[in-house]
Design a protein around this ligand. Structure first.
Ligand SMILES: C[S@@+](CC[C@H](N)C(=O)[O-])C[C@H]1O[C@@H](n2cnc3c(N)ncnc32)[C@H](O)[C@@H]1O
Length: 232
């Protein structure tokens, strides 16, 4: 089988890692933290969680506070080093270098798989492979973030038009002045097919929209969701 390649697989090393959290702290980051904190605190104590990709370990204090057992996987050694240093005192975690596309764990090794800011970097066929892997290694469910696209209604359009205008302006400025810094790989997955795919094995427990953008003139809505799915 041909090895997959996408930007996120190789870009997280050196300064990209040391500056990762500072560069990303924003309203959106805080909103995500809040949603994950709430979900993590609702899970039973001692829940076995696989956080993939663990990145800098942004949820580690929440895991500790709720008494969960954590394994973190990432493909980047620099990210794993950061997560290790970021680990709160008196909290033990297992960190493993690995590929989300082929997780080196037995079926149902974990209660939950948790994943943030990852799936939107995956090309469609890799995206479905990774979701299948998440489902294979989890017993009770998955808590994921995904950017989904669907057609939008006129009322949605009117509600979001101001935000969309700001986003478009930002994109143009970026294109003109910071060309080299914009990402090449960035995927929007289709809402219906993603929901249909996951609904075969899971039922949705909670869905939180982190941010929504409207694409004009196509009348499409893209929303970055955090979704908690439990096994059927
Ligand atoms: C945008 S960061 C997200 C990190 C963290 N989950 C967060 O929310 O901040 C993307 C992460 O995916 C990791 N990554 C990329 N491809 C991967 C793969 N195939 N398997 C495991 N980790 C991967 C990168 O090394 C990086 O740490």
């Amino acid at each position: 089988m041909k090895e997959s390649s996408y930007e996120a697989k190789t870009r997280y090393s050196g300064d990209t890692v040391t500056e990762y959290e500072n560069k990303r702290k924003s309203k959106k980051w805080d909103a995500e933290q809040l949603v994950y904190k709430k979900i993590i605190s609702k899970l039973d104590k001692n829940t076995k969680i696989l956080d993939v990709p663990i990145g800098t370990g942004r949820f580690l204090t929440y895991y500790r506070d709720s008494g969960h057992k954590i394994t973190g996987v990432d493909i980047s050694e620099d990210m794993l080093d950061y997560a290790e240093k970021n680990c709160p005192e008196n909290f033990e975690i297992r960190l493993v270098k690995g590929d989300a596309e082929k997780l080196d764990f037995d079926d149902k090794s974990f209660d939950y798989v948790i994943s943030a800011r990852f799936l939107n970097w995956l090309p469609p066929e890799v995206f479905l492979n990774v979701l299948t892997e998440f489902s294979r290694v989890s017993k009770r469910g998955i808590i994921i973030q995904v950017r989904l696209i669907e057609r939008c209604s006129i009322s949605d359009f009117i509600k979001h038009v101001d935000i969309s205008y700001k986003t478009v302006k930002k994109k143009i400025i970026k294109k003109l002045f910071v060309k080299g810094k914009t990402y090449n790989d960035y995927y929007l997955h289709e809402y219906k097919s993603t929901m249909d795919f996951l609904s075969k094995e899971f039922r949705m427990k909670q869905i939180d929209a982190i941010d929504t953008r409207i694409t004009f003139p196509k009348f499409q809505k893209e929303t970055f969701y955090t979704i908690w799915w439990t096994k059927k």
